[in-house]
Design a protein around this ligand. Structure first.
Ligand code: RB5
Length: 152
């Protein structure tokens, strides 16, 4: 599975940590930047990754900023993207099980690196439940179609 990863300066160190740990587990990581702790604007990096997920160039993505909020706002503008902030292990499981989230977001300044790594694994290993949740995701797709004239 190809997994994209991107961050701003506030998430850079967590990005590097998660990349290393996930490569050790055998995942293929595609890094969309940033490349240092120099100040940048999170929409520039979150949009690169979200576009790749939206177009199917990578299957899933990981986004990190200071809180996880800015990158999630940007990512959820893209058709077919369902991004959730994994602020606990339970939420990491539920964004896979219920929301079929294809992007997981973290706060590099508000979360521990080890917690984020554990939550990425939970999210990747948890299947989507389907059923009534599929109906709800179809409603999101319909909304995208009506609002943006586009849906995936
Ligand atoms: C950068 O200082 C910070 O505002 C950004 O990383 C993020 O937390 C925004 O949501």
């Amino acid at each position: 599975m190809r997994i994209g990863i991107a961050s701003d300066h506030a998430g850079y160190r967590m990005k590097e940590y998660l990349k290393k740990r996930l490569i050790e587990l055998g995942y293929e990581l595609v890094d969309f930047g940033t490349d240092s702790e120099d100040s940048v604007d999170y929409p520039d990096y979150a949009s690169k990754l979200a576009e790749a997920v939206s177009k199917g160039e990578v299957e899933k993505g990981i986004l990190i900023c200071g809180t996880g909020v800015g990158v999630s706002i940007v990512a959820n503008k893209y058709p077919g993207v369902r991004a959730g902030i994994a602020y606990s292990d339970e939420v990491a499981e539920l964004i896979a099980r219920h929301n079929n989230a294809n992007i997981i977001c973290f706060g590099g300044r508000t979360m521990e690196f080890e917690d984020a790594f554990r939550r990425v694994k939970i999210w990747l290993e948890t299947p989507f439940d389907g059923g009534r949740h599929e109906r709800r995701i179809k409603k999101i797709r319909d909304l995208e179609g009506r609002i943006c004239g586009n849906s995936r």
